[in-house]
Design a protein around this ligand. Structure first.
Ligand SMILES: [Zn+2]
Length: 339
């Protein structure tokens, strides 16, 4: 059902839209327009770069818009497909989920060809764009709900060769931290669908909240370019942490449910530690203050594992069951490669 004027086999730079049919009260034959840019020569490896999977995550949307304007087709080796605001209705509304159908794009895969708008977009990626791509880059941040240490991320895929390539690309982002995460909140994720199709998948959590520091934009934009050089998709000299005069990236993982601290009750969340700092098992990470009973002592949130505070809840007002902090354990690249 999704149509586009883009010819994916054509050389040069094309700017167009994915058009998704959407009928509403004041528009019977309406379409949702999702901007897309394709740059390159139509042959060689293909890199698909996405952001705005969640509409309230802006770092990647800005990085892709800038890259799409700047990329010279003559300097692209292969083909780069750029979609800055994948869940366009959500990006327009500054929401995590689509305002049209209430769906989470990152739980909508593989999607349905005649489903709601979000599901149709997912289906188009699953059946058209992923099969074209060798690499899929999906740039996230914590949005309005979480604040992350800016980090590149990945799943621990079972295929060792795929895992090694993903690990190398994740590290090419050159962030201070890299983070392996577990899917504790459901299925239907975009990266999982791309991984199942055998793609090299690179994801990120580039900070969060709505006030994005300039440094986080720099990490996002410089990291994306360096990963493209690392992949051989654009010309340029690859930077490493060492060449930038920085210590190695701290590799971390949070693969167990107890690494994800959930609020035991509602109230006002106070973080007690700095993001990225080391945490001991049993250490108090923060508190839930009782809005209605300030005379009661706040409820402490205690780390169930040791590691680094990789992310915290962004809004202070918290509902019972909200994730308020994640503790990620250090892990070696050798252990991740499985040798
Ligand atoms: Zn996200």
């Amino acid at each position: 059902m999704v149509v586009t004027s883009i010819d994916f086999g054509k050389s040069g730079k094309q700017q167009g839209f994915l058009q998704v049919p959407y009928s509403h009260n004041l528009g019977g034959w309406a379409n949702v327009f999702i901007p897309i840019t394709v740059v390159g020569q139509g042959h060689g490896p293909t890199v698909l770069i996405l952001a705005g999977n969640h509409g309230d995550e802006y770092q990647g949307q800005i990085a892709i818009m800038k890259l799409a304007r700047e990329l010279d087709p003559e300097r692209v080796k292969g083909r780069i497909i750029l979609i800055p605001s994948l869940n366009f209705p959500a990006a327009h509304a500054a929401t995590r989920l689509s305002p049209l159908d209430g769906m989470n794009m990152n739980r909508a895969f593989p999607g349905q060809p005649e489903g709601p708008v979000t599901s149709q977009i997912a289906h188009f990626l699953t059946t058209v764009l992923f099969p074209l791509a060798d690499t899929v880059i999906d740039i996230h941040s914590g949005g309005r709900s979480m604040e992350f240490v800016p980090c590149s991320t990945m799943h621990l895929v079972a295929d060792r060769a795929q895992r090694a390539r993903m690990l190398a690309a994740m590290l090419a982002w050159n962030a201070d931290f890299a983070f392996l995460y577990a899917d504790i909140a459901g299925t239907g994720l975009l990266p999982v669908e791309a991984e199942n199709q055998g793609k090299l998948v690179v994801t990120t959590e580039m900070g969060g909240g709505e006030a994005v520091p300039a440094e986080v934009h720099r990490i996002t934009q410089n990291g994306l370019r360096n990963v493209l050089i690392h992949l051989g998709a654009i010309e340029g000299r690859e930077h490493t942490r060492a060449s930038l005069g920085k210590p190695p990236t701290i590799l971390t993982q949070a693969l167990h449910r107890e690494d994800y601290l959930l609020a035991p009750e509602s109230g006002i969340f106070e973080i007690g530690l700095d993001l990225g700092s080391k945490v001991k098992r049993g250490q108090t990470v923060g508190f839930i203050h009782h809005l209605e009973r300030p005379d009661r002592a706040p409820e402490p949130l205690v780390a169930q594992s040791a590691g680094y505070l990789i992310t915290m809840r962004a809004p202070c007002l918290t509902q019972q069951g909200d994730c308020v902090a994640v503790i990620a354990q250090p892990v070696s690249a050798r252990a991740l490669r499985g040798n």
